[in-house]
Design a protein around this ligand. Structure first.
Ligand code: AP5
Length: 213
């Protein structure tokens, strides 16, 4: 199972990817999480990435592609993978094809999670993330048992710095401008499945499992 999850920021890609990856025993490769690790390293590349991420812009293709190439050198991806948040540009999609070609592999499916902007805005504004294990909660839709504390590992929950109104507006604009064209790109290759993501996490997961087999 070699999957790409595509869709606007906050639509629920990470939530579904974590669940499916655990159920199928395959790695969940989230470029946003990987970039936040690079930011923590305080390297020059990390500082540049941080500034772009805080503004809601994409980090340069060459940096993300390098990170993904390194990840694909690990043997666990041979079992399959879920790519969450990559590719986001045509150049990244072409780079992914080249990476897979070297491994004599192809994508099995690209799942496009679709929901209206209002749903996405509500989800992102209420998201809380665990500092320790990166699990996501939502103040209304998936509240933790104890406010501010992760149910899974007891870590502190925080609101991502890019989950504010201004940055979100920019992230949505960037998605429309640079990422949306990938829907057509993968549709032409017969790989795309659209899922209505504006429903409960359980309903979305059920359709996802049906779609990916
Ligand atoms: P990234 O971390 O990838 O952010 P994103 O794509 O904007 O996606 P999110 O993590 O915000 O949302 P999600 O769809 O995973 O939703 P989630 O499951 O958390 O990227 C951040 C930044 O890094 C980018 O802006 C860019 O700068 C950079 N970057 C990353 N990849 C890059 C790349 N390839 N190229 C260049 N730059 C890159 O759910 C959201 C909330 O909703 C949660 O609270 C959750 O509990 C709740 N929720 C989920 N599903 C449901 C549901 N069905 N019903 C109700 N609530 C739900």
């Amino acid at each position: 199972m070699r999957l790409v999850f595509l869709g606007p920021p906050g639509v629920g890609k990470g939530t579904q990817a974590r669940r499916l990856a655990e159920a199928r025993g395959i790695p969940h490769i989230a470029t946003g999480d990987m970039l936040r690790q690079v930011v923590k390293s305080m390297s020059a590349a990390g500082r540049r990435a941080q500034a772009l991420m805080e503004r809601g812009e994409l980090v340069p293709d060459h940096l993300v592609i390098e990170i993904v190439e390194e990840r694909f050198a690990c043997p666990d991806v041979r079992k399959g993978f879920i790519l969450d948040g990559f590719p986001r540009t045509r150049a990244q999609a072409e780079a992914l094809e080249a990476i897979l070609r070297k491994q004599a592999a192809t994508l099995s499916r690209v799942v496009y999670f679709d929901a209206p902007a209002a749903v996405v805005v509500e989800r992102i504004s209420g998201r809380r993330t665990c500092k320790k294990c990166l699990a996501n909660f939502h103040v209304t839709f998936h509240p933790p048992s104890k406010p501010g504390i992760c149910d899974l590992c007891g870590g502190d929950l925080f609101q991502r710095t890019d989950d504010n109104e201004d940055t979100l507006r920019e992230r949505l604009r960037v998605y429309e401008e640079q990422t949306r064209e990938l829907i057509e790109y993968y549709m032409r290759r017969g790989l795309l499945t659209r899922i209505d993501a504006a429903r409960t996490p359980e309903a979305v997961f059920e359709e996802l499992v049906e779609a990916v087999g």
